[in-house]
Design a binder for this molecule. Structure first.
Ligand code: NCD
Length: 318
């Protein structure tokens, strides 16, 4: 430590909900990334630890999920905790018409923390309002996906060693993709330049663009992908969110507009990373997987380390 640097106490997340990226400033982000890195070392050396022994997670998913759901479960189990998995709400009392507040009150009487994914914007906040234990938003419709943004940020730090000064290009469904909404807002804590690549009907929502403008960050909106790739440090690719379209003919018109392939990567920097929250449905060809710049599988694994850090933090054990 440099002389005269005051030593600040680590931020405490104990007992808190994680609902939005707006809860995080740089100090908190650095803390989460630091703890996630320690979790990674822990898992690589020992497979885990018993930090959360005696704690139970209720994992409540009203929308499909593979990575988010199973990485939260793996995170809890690697820290010695246990999980109540509710991935098929059609087999729970939700299908009998039980309200969200009652489901939350029920689950929190059996558990210490609730992770919720729900199709409606604001559902995680509603759950947090009715629950006394920490609630973590694992995606609320087209709203936010804060834990994904935290793992995306952690991936950028692990892969590129810094965030300030980077050009981050986001491609695809910027309108309905909650991951890009959360990641853009989170990156406003850093000195980054944005490039938003989408067809007109899938542009970034105005509230996100307003936040970018208000914070004084530079951004450009373009439709052509090849022009945007050169000079980018991060290429963040997204799936067109079919389930959010009311007009499937409109979906068909835009679903195959952008494909990242080996040829496109010849335009890219040697140190650029390709990210994707996954699942992919054709936006990145399998040929790209062997390119060292393809970071999406490492990104996916990072999700477990970040969720270990978050669970330990909200349960007061980080
Ligand atoms: C994303 C989601 O659910 O928003 N997936 C994920 O959590 N890794 C992205 C997507 O479904 O396209």
């Amino acid at each position: 430590m440099r002389p005269n640097t005051p030593s600040l106490p680590a931020p405490s997340f104990a007992g808190q909900d994680i609902l939005s990226v707006s809860q995080f400033d740089r100090t908190k982000l650095e803390y989460v990334s630091g703890v996630a890195h320690e979790m990674r070392v822990l898992v690589e050396r020992f497979g885990g630890a018993d930090l959360l022994q005696g704690k139970i997670l209720a994992n409540l998913f009203y929308e499909p999920s593979t990575r988010t759901s199973s990485s939260f479960m793996a995170a809890m189990m690697r820290l010695g905790g246990q999980v109540i998995p509710i991935n098929n709400v059609q087999y729970s009392s939700v299908s009998k018409g039980e309200s969200l507040p009652d489901t939350i009150r029920t689950l929190e009487s059996y558990s210490d923390v609730i992770v919720i994914r729900h199709p409606e914007v604001g559902a995680a906040a509603t759950a947090a309002y009715y629950g006394a234990n920490p609630v973590i938003n694992a995606g609320d419709g087209v709203g936010e996906h804060p834990t994904q943004a935290l793992l995306d940020l952690f991936t950028i730090v692990e892969e590129l060693g810094k965030v300030d000064g980077l050009t981050v290009t986001m491609v695809g469904d910027l309108k309905y993709g909650r991951t890009v909404h959360s990641l853009t807002k989170l990156l406003l804590n850093y000195d980054v330049t944005f490039r938003f690549v989408s067809p007109e009907i899938l542009q970034m929502p105005s509230d996100v663009l307003d936040a970018v403008n208000a914070s004084g960050h530079a951004y450009e909106q373009v439709e052509a992908l090849p022009d945007a790739v050169a000079g980018s440090d991060v290429l963040y690719v997204t799936r067109v969110q079919k389930e959010r379209f009311t007009d499937l003919a409109a979906y068909d018109r835009v679903k195959d507009l952008y494909v990242v392939d080996e040829e496109l990567l010849t335009q890219a920097k040697e140190q650029m990373i390709v990210m994707h929250p996954l699942p992919r449905v054709g936006e990145i060809t399998y040929g790209v997987d062997d390119d060292p710049r393809a970071a999406y599988f490492r990104q996916m694994r990072n999700g477990m380390y970040v969720r270990m850090a978050l669970l330990a933090a909200v349960l007061g054990r980080a």
